[in-house]
Write a protein that binds this ligand. Structure first.
Ligand code: 2AM
Length: 470
């Protein structure tokens, strides 16, 4: 057996380190990092027969079996191009570069094209699961040529998380940028789900519940149809007490400004560009944008006196609302997923990707941040309905029908409590508009025809019409 490594990994931030350790359970891995000290520290701590470090790129490349398989875990953007550029002089035809970062899909498409012109392979691979997932099994969304997929399949299957049936959370997604596209939409849905949870949290907080009381409710939610990784981790977050000298819950001391790295924004823009309503995702991005303007919010808060009385509901009433909000959240999350999958469907058509939605829902069952019970429902729904749009599938229609009134109640309760419902409100509006045969756009068309002679169609006659309105 050759003493060369089967896989190389570049980029030893936490995700890269953990993925390298995961890979090293079943493969010999060489790692490289731009800052050599980071590599040395990592090898010092985790080096083993299976894990070696190289300080120079040439030595790194030469340590790998051919065709070489090199996983990049570097910062998305220019760093990826920089690393590819410095690797190229040492690579041979047939070698494979796998980008495991959160690259923007157009970059992946471009890189795949550029490398294939040099007879080399570029494979864009979405990896979700955070630090823990990278170490113990992420959900993996690979995109590129099927030939390269065949080479990588056994490796990726070994390191992936497991779905509810124990199958690996990895499947071939599609050509070129398809893997990174699906990862991007995954992150967009993640934004929406987190924001919906935050809105439920805000509702309970506005009604006087303490963080730990909300923790008790979320713990209950995590035992039913909302069971998910995000609800699971929210319970200790809600219960954690400050350890820096106050008697407060730590959550109450965290600055209410949300960070973002761009995948939610990219998804939102995709919705606008492809003409698909993904308002839940876009509103989650908007909520983060508004949150980030903390100083301005503080200023405006002084100018505007809330015109509604502080009508905190009695605790026993709030208690009775817990299952109502649970149903409302469930319906809203189904809507967020339906929107996300609508975007995937449109992109697949335009980009000529052959996406299998049941498989995508399946590989999100484990390892990734949005792993949740709901994905079992979605996988089964897609399977039974041969990947029809979620809105049309019997199981989803019946779930939305059953929880519709509770979503309405959740939104109206949230409004009364003074909770800005970026996502829950968007979910309700989007669903009710999409499932209503008669909308209000006749009015828009009337206005457009009046001020700009944009013409309109009629519901009772064929043809294009224009009217002198005044
Ligand atoms: P560093 O430790 O030398 O900063 C996440 O930032 C990872 O991407 C880190 O491993 C970081 O290496 C690497 N990285 C960021 N920009 C890079 C670049 N231009 N070239 C190579 N690696 C880079």
């Amino acid at each position: 057996m050759s003493d060369k490594s089967q896989i190389g990994l570049i980029g030893l931030a936490v995700m890269g380190q953990n993925l390298a350790r995961n890979l090293a359970r079943a493969h010999k891995v060489t790692v490289y990092n731009r800052t050599t000290e980071t590599m040395q520290d990592f090898i010092g701590e985790h080096g083993s027969e299976n894990l070696a470090g190289e300080a120079e790129l040439e030595g790194f490349v030469n340590s790998l079996e051919k065709p070489r398989k090199i996983i990049l875990m570097v910062k998305a953007g220019r760093a990826v191009d920089a690393v590819i550029g410095s690797l190229l002089p040492f690579l041979d035809k047939g070698d494979i570069i796998i980008d495991g970062g959160n690259s923007h899909f157009p970059d992946t498409i471009r890189r795949e094209k550029e490398l294939s012109e040099k007879d080399m392979n570029f494979f864009g691979c979405g990896v979700s699961g955070g630090e823990e997932g990278a170490l113990n099994g992420p959900s993996i969304m690979p995109g590129g040529s099927t030939k390269v997929w065949k080479e990588l399949e056994p490796i990726l299957k070994k390191i992936a998380a497991k779905d509810f049936e124990g199958e690996p959370c990895v499947t071939y997604i599609g050509e070129n940028g398809a893997g990174h596209y699906v990862k991007m939409v995954h992150n967009g849905i993640e934004y929406a789900v987190m924001q919906m949870m935050a809105e439920a949290y805000d509702f309970y907080r506005s009604n006087g519940l303490s963080a730990s009381e909300i923790g008790n409710i979320f713990e209950k939610y995590n035992q039913g149809k909302l069971k998910s990784f995000l609800f699971e981790i929210s319970v200790p977050i809600l219960r954690k007490k400050d350890e820096k000298g106050t008697d407060e819950y730590l959550l109450d001391l965290i600055l209410d400004k949300a960070g973002q790295k761009g995948t939610g924004r990219w998804t939102g823009i995709e919705g606008l560009e492809r003409g698909i309503d993904i308002s839940c995702i876009q509103q989650a991005v908007n909520a983060r944008i508004v949150s980030s303007r903390k100083n301005y919010r503080v200023e405006l808060d002084k100018k505007y006196k809330k015109p509604y009385a502080d009508k905190t509901l009695p605790k026993d009433v709030v208690k009775e609302l817990v299952p109502v909000i649970e149903n409302g959240l469930y319906a809203a999350m189904l809507i967020a997923y339906a929107q996300g999958f609508d975007l995937l469907r449109q992109a697949a058509e335009e980009m000529e990707w052959d996406l299998n939605y049941a498989e995508i829902a399946r590989i999100w069952q484990g390892g990734c941040i949005i792993r949740a019970q709901i994905l079992k429902t979605l996988t089964e729904a897609f399977k039974e309905a041969n990947n029809a749009p979620l809105w049309e599938i019997e199981q989803i229609v019946s779930d939305l029908q059953d929880n519709w009134l509770d979503l309405r109640a959740t939104v109206s309760l949230g409004v009364q409590a003074g909770t800005p419902l970026f996502c829950l409100g968007a979910a309700l509006a989007s669903f009710e508009a999409m499932s209503d045969a008669r909308g209000s756009a006749n009015f828009i068309q009337g206005l457009r025809d009046s001020f700009g002679a944009h013409t309109y169609k009629r519901i009772d006659q064929d043809g294009i019409f224009h009217t002198e309105w005044s």
